[in-house]
Design a binder for this molecule. Sequence first.
Ligand SMILES: *Cc1c(COP(=O)(O)O)cnc(C)c1O
Length: 409
Amino acid sequence: MRANPHFQKLPAGYLFPEIGRRVRAYTAAHPDARVIRLGIGDVTEPLAPAIIAAMHAAVDEMAVRESFRGYGPEQGYDFLVEAIREHDYRARGVEVAADEIFVSDGSKCDSGNLQELFAADAVIAVTDPVYPVYVDSNVMAGRTGSPGPDGRYPGLVYLPSTAANGFCPAPPDRGADVVYLCSPNNPTGAVMTRDDLTAWVAWAHQHDALIVFDAAYEAYIQDPTLPRSIFEIAGAREVAVEMRSFSKRAGFTGVRCGFLVVPKELRAVGAGGEPVSLNAMWSRRHTTKFNGASYVVQRGAAAVYTPDGLAQTGAQIAFYMENARILRDGLARAGFTVFGGQHAPYIWLETPPGTTSWQFFDQLLDRAHLVGTPGSGFGPNGEGFFRLSAFNSRDNVEEAVVRLARVFG
Ligand SMILES: *Cc1c(COP(=O)(O)O)cnc(C)c1O
């Protein structure tokens, strides 16, 4: 068997393994250091009681012949799809049809799987810095060359996210087949406004491009006037798909559930120049390669939308956002320039002058026993920046701020 050659283009030393290696080496040499990890973007609060109760009840149903369920609908059970339509969309004035929602085991898989719908030589645009999944999955599919010395892959269109553009790049002068947009953003914590999204929707119409909108962090938006869905923007149904996940909004990182919205208006260009429906293509792909998210998990996800579920998960998000506020204020008091953390659980800070992202990683670990994520791991434009996550206990966050003040203040 000849292997897929494109995998060789991916650099071996991936970000999180390298962080793990440095932390292990440090703790082995300094066994008394109490290291606080503000690095990896994973939730820390347990599942809300309403979700646990619904999952327990679903497990009990599975134990009885009369209520046992085998294969479910690949697209997702009606009880979950209807709750999504009502609470995530209708409540914000957006109509999404039941057969435009595809329940899945999470957005990472969806973002990787989705590119099966793109032509092999489709031109992909990404922000820099970026959530690495969008890039690496397209590298695996052969849409790029080998990375250059700056870490960029030839063939991709990079959109620099900088302090000057508020980490929300405007559409480029050129077109592309696909652009990945993530708002609120991982890693920068930036959030796109209605005007930002409107400009992107206009660009996509002009260039026949597809916007892949990753709204994994929409529940963290604090300002109710900011858009939570790209479908709040007029004309978006013809040019965008939207990824949503229960991972960050309800603590499902280990439970696994998300969904993709693919409007029926979306058209791509077929081999003979004819219009083809992306909804039909995705439906074909999803029902061919996926047999549905687990019944128990979908019952848990539906419980997020009950009054108790909404109140409990809302309180968790408020807790993380208070962590973000404490981190942001503490960093600012210690003299750092900070971004993000207002509508996202991530703080994006500038490293001190002349200090690279990895040098700052080592300094922070050595002097404050804190672990974060070097911005350069998310793309060349992340150099000189550093990501801290608000997913942690209050005690750890407060202790982190005390150490930052002592070391840098
Ligand atoms: C965490 C995260 C997701 C969610 O991924 P799941 O596979 O649903 O857990 C999606 N996009 C971004 C940018 C994320 O950070």
